[in-house]
Structures are given as C-alpha cells and as structure tokens.
Design a protein around this ligand. Sequence first.
Ligand code: UDP
Ligand code: MG
Length: 351
Amino acid sequence: MRDTEAQMATLERAARDDAPAAPPAYRKLSVVVPAYNEEKSIPILCERLLAVLDALGAPFEIILVNDGSKDGTRSALQTAAARRKEVKVIELKRNSGQTAAMMCGIDHASGDIIIPIDADLQNDPADIPALLAKIAEGYDVVSGWRKDRKDAAIRRNLPSQIANRIISFVSRVPLHDYGCTLKAYRLDVLDGVRLYGEMHRLIPVYASWMGARVTEIPVRHYPRKHGASHYGLERVAKIILDLIVVKFLDRQFMKPIYVFGGFGMLCLAISGFAVVWALYLKIVDGLSLIQTPLPLLAVMTFITGFMCILMGLLSEILMRTYFESQGKTSYVVRDTLNFDASTHDIKQAQK
Ligand code: UDP
Ligand code: MG
C-alpha cells in the first residue's frame, strides 16, 4: 500500500512538473461518468472531479450519462450542470447498462483523451493526474488497477481475479484489473470501437490488438458508501462470453471460412474415415454395418461438416457486408510520410 502511494506521488509530481516544459499531451479532457441511481454520490463526485480538473489547468468536460435512474439522480445532475458549463448531462430514456451509457458518453465527447470513471465514488478523481502522466509518456491506454480493492472478497474479488487471469491469458494483454472503470484512452484508439454487453472492460484488449500501447497503474479504491452495486456473479459469465466474441471478431473476422470451413473439413474427414472403417469391418471381418456405431458417426459428422462449411460461406458474405457497407478496411494505418494530402483527400471523398 505504501509502495502504491509513493508511486502515485511520483506520478502526480511528474504530471505537475512536466506541465510547463513539455508540450501538452492532450488538447482537451473528457471525463465520462455512467450513473444509475447515484443521487447521493453525484454532488460529491462532481465537486471532487472539478477540484482535480481545475487544478490541471487544461480544457476539460465532464459528461454525466444518466442511465434511466429511478431516484433523484436527474435533479442532482441538473443542479451540477447549472453550476458549471463544463458539466454536461445526457439523459437516457431507459436503463441501458453501464457499457451502453459509457458508449453514449464517449460518442458525445469532444476531448482527445477520454477518462471513464464510476459515479459511485469507488474510484478516486485524484488518480486522474497519474493516468495523464502515463499518457504523456506516450501510452495510448492507461488502465487503473484496484490493487487494494474494497469489494466483497469471495463474491466479487475472487471471480474477478479469475476472470482477469483468463482474459490476460486469452488476449495476451496482461492486465491485473480489466474491471476497473477508471482508465484513460487516447480518442484515436476508440475510433471504430462499438461496445456491446459488458465489453467496455475489453477495450484495452481490442486497442492493443490494433497496435495501441497499453499500460496500467495502481489506483485507489473505496467501499461503496451510497446505494448498492448493480452487479453480481452472473457478470463473470457475460465477460467471458464477450471475450470469445472479441477474440473471434479480431482474429478470424477477416476469414471466417477458415474457422468454420476448417472445422467442417475436419468433420468431413472423420466422416470419410468412419465410412472406410465400417466397410473394412464389413468386407474383411464380416461385421454387419449396424453392429458398429460407425455409420451413425459418418452421417452425423458429414451433416455437421457440410453445415459448417455453409456457415463459413454465410459469414464470409456477412463479413463483406460489414466492411464494405461501412467503408471499413482490413488494415489500420498508424501514420504516413510524404503522401500527397490531396491524394488522400480524393480517396476519402470517393468513399
Ligand atoms: N451503472 C450504469 N448503468 C447500470 C449499472 C451501473 O450506468 O445499469 C453505473 C453505476 O452508476 C456506476 C457504474 O456503472 O457508476 C458501476 O456500477 P456499480 O458500482 O454497480 O458496479 P461495481 O462497482 O459494483 O462493479
Ligand atoms: Mg461501484
């Protein structure tokens, strides 16, 4: 814990010391806060956020997304927005979930650095300068790590630790705490990222696959004082399923036929093998076809294999629709040198 504090202090000092000398690492900061039934926390959160952001001395905005709250969150947000023009509020018509609310905030953000933070005061706005210090070092994504997490140990922390291990292993992006909302992103890594389900946790994975530089720093964490958590154990299953989707979309999206077709061909091969073996048993050993399960196996694997290849073809068509309808490319350009700007403009205009 002491180590964490020392590291924080150094990073905060670095953020402060660097400010006048180095060119600003960002133009404008957008803090995005999804809020669902957080009436008691909102006034305190806004006050703390404003204190930290004002001290940074750069342009900023705080985008609070009211995710269809049923308590007094709406009026708390209106009061906060009336005080400062930097506090912006979006009211969603109905509860859409934390990820959707966050996506809405990101869509409306005008800053080039996006910092999502929980509304429930479990994250500490005072960690923001440390996140920015890392961004200034050249990282595109800085993830908060609730090293000393203050949630129920068995029901929350243990499943989350297991999930973090699995995600790190599968994605090969090693982070200790995907679940921490407090993170900092350069806007360009969020370009084209659409979030569904519980996917906001997996942005660092996606960004890293797209070539972003990802790091993490320990951040403070506090127990929830007001209101109750909106989640339970079922979330881990959702996150793992989301991980499968992200993994599939990234690696195999370009050539789904290789996945489905590959499995399909394996099934067809097994089917062929089963037929040959069944015939061998009949001709050489004189065993009747119905005495072995081989004919059944052959038929089952033949149908599965055939269907898989068809599914691969369908996904290829879907993939083309996806890319071509949105003008997406199968590559991501980081930068170009000596390219005629006008050529680029013409191509863009043609799209
Ligand atoms: N939240 C939201 N919509 C929801 C559920 C949660 O906007 O449907 C917000 C909530 O107000 C909080 C953040 O998401 O700011 C995290 O929620 P919570 O504290 O319940 O999650 P936990 O910290 O327990 O993981
Ligand atoms: Mg919370």
